[in-house]
Design a protein around this ligand. Sequence first.
Ligand code: 5GP
Length: 348
Amino acid sequence: MRIENDPKLDFKDVLIRPKRSTLASRSNVMIERAIPFRHARRTWTGFPLIAANMDVTGTIPMARALRKHGAMVALHKHYPTEVLVDFFRTAESANTFYTIGTNEADQEKFKAVKAEVTIPMICLDVANGYTESFVDMVKRVRDENPDAIIMAGNVVTGDMTEALVLGGADIVKVGIGPGSVCTTRKMTGVGYPQLSAIIECADAAHGLKGQVCGDGGLTVPGDVAKAYGAGADFVMMGGMLSGHDECEGEIIYEERNGKSVPVQMVFYGMSSDTAMKKYAGGVAKYRASEGKTVEVPYRGPVEGTMLEIMGGVRSMMTYIGAVSLKEVPKRTTFIMVGAQLNTVFGQS
Ligand code: 5GP
């Protein structure tokens, strides 16, 4: 057994220090990035935010809505083949990842879709990206799809980030346990504070011309700003995009003044009882559920939330004097606050 003593940080443990700058207005900053990929050998341009491949948020309506802002969606893997083929035939799919899990049925469906349409962006998603079989899968998918942008994860340490980049991933997805409806930390004791995970994995990936996507744990636009400051090239979110019209979740209505109005929406983790009952007929005996089901406020179209997030990021950039999103990590100084400060300096 070993204990690592370095403090590890979460979003709530830091703030970004303002810096003097010549920037006069938030309209002078650029939140689009042009990101070149190591393996796919092409450059993607847009606002680097991805809706999570959860069946409530990784939807086709979400892809259409986010594309207007240059953002992306990782589609959930439960759409039928015909729906996927039809969607990937349209220009609206330009910013959409096709998600493949590890099971045989996922692989077969991918083959069937690929026989009909080109899939330019692939998300290889497993809860635990630390297995040799996952690295082998990344290598195989890279060999079979040399031109695709491949995002793979999840991991939280530099060593495994390097293994995935060298194996063929353009983007490594970072995050074990931070998700809003994830119970992995409670159920298994495994995890890593998300800000430190992003800092360490970004450092490892960038050394190899790879990119990272900070996945999970973002609760407010300020967390998105901190993730970019920590070196995340992309961010992925579920909870922040839940509760909107573009989500394909159950809506809970309430009677108000004789009218039925939407008030809440159901949102759940992809390894919750709810998801496993829906797609796998229940939780297999050898495993426990590592996700929960919650009701979130109904918030109408996702447009308002996207404008808030983008507004928060622009404003952070003016506070630190970063003209482009790429400059943000260089201009970011985090200051530790609250619990972490007490841990480091031994205050009570
Ligand atoms: P959020 O933005 O809601 O904080 O986090 C979204 C991320 O949580 C997803 O992209 C995915 O990585 C993770 N996630 C989704 N469902 C589950 C689940 O049931 N269990 C665990 N451990 N993680 C989940």
